[in-house]
Design a protein around this ligand. Sequence first.
Ligand SMILES: NC(=O)c1ccc[n+]([C@@H]2O[C@H](COP(=O)([O-])OP(=O)(O)OC[C@H]3O[C@@H](n4cnc5c(N)ncnc54)[C@H](OP(=O)(O)O)[C@@H]3O)[C@@H](O)[C@H]2O)c1
Length: 317
Amino acid sequence: MAANALMGVHRVLIDLVRQRAPADEVPDRLAADLRAYRTQAFTFLAQGLASGPSRPHNLSRYAAVMPTALVTGATAGIGAAFARRLAADGFDLVLLARDVERLEQAADTFRTAHGIQVEVLPADLNTGVGLAKAEQRAADGVDLVVNNAGFGQRGDFVDTELAEELAMLRVHCEAVLRLTRAALPGMMERGRGGVINVASVAAFFPRGTYSASKAWVVTFSESACQQVAGTGAHVMALCPGWVRTEFHERSGMDTSGIPAGMWLDADQFVDAAIRDFRRGVPVSVPDVRYKVMVGLGRALPRRLVARLSARAGSRHQ
Ligand SMILES: NC(=O)c1ccc[n+]([C@@H]2O[C@H](COP(=O)([O-])OP(=O)(O)OC[C@H]3O[C@@H](n4cnc5c(N)ncnc54)[C@H](OP(=O)(O)O)[C@@H]3O)[C@@H](O)[C@H]2O)c1
């Protein structure tokens, strides 16, 4: 209750600042005051929650003691929604993607609107240099990692360029593995922190390298979650269904056959994901329709699921 009330006050204060001056005109001093207020508010929340009922994955509590979140793929879609939500919750951010201009733009907006520290980390996770850079930053000490960067694929496995398949494994699997491995030891030592690995509902439906890479993310995250249990750190696989982002257009998918009611809003999706993360859920599928779909994917005979997946997949190429 107290936590919710304080979060409410915090948001009202930010809204007031936004109303009084456009985002790019908030004076430095006001931003600094806002930052000081936020720190006090979150410290209070941390103390209140620490002595209250056991809520090991409460994000408000984390914000007092784990102020930095690294988000990969932060320039668009789900990653950008995570960055918006975490900035509003008072996290300092490390924003990673390839497009420097978009990263700088987002960073400026968050600094001005929320008075937080934002680092820009341009990196291509399909290159050794980009992976090493990201890995180093994760190892240097962040308290929440959102491994979100990714891309889609159209066409059948046999028709796709091998380089594209390998790039997918690198961005979806190698990057997730290396950043999780780099970040977790520090989190376990400090007794707090977390990793959210963005997978997909496709992980439960065999369809090419995309779904295989996301199945790896789910299994890897479930296993890591078990291995860090009791240390204060948490790992969660997050499985989106269809979310309105740049993903489908970028990969040239035909989405005309997807029923309008199946689309999820990125910000609402992220809010639901964070609720699951707070509750310590190991594999989050934050929508009842997709929960049912995943349940069927797990329960039906594997050959039938593969056949249905192939048929559904060919409709969206
Ligand atoms: N949208 C959906 O319906 C859906 C469904 C299931 C799962 N997902 C998963 O959700 C995650 C986010 O997807 P989204 O829908 O938000 O897609 P999006 O709108 O296309 O955004 C993808 C983000 O990843 C970054 N990125 C792509 N390749 C990268 C690379 N090689 N190195 C570094 N950053 C890279 C992009 O930034 P730059 O181009 O600037 O690098 C961008 O910020 C992905 O892992 C995707 O598989 C999405």
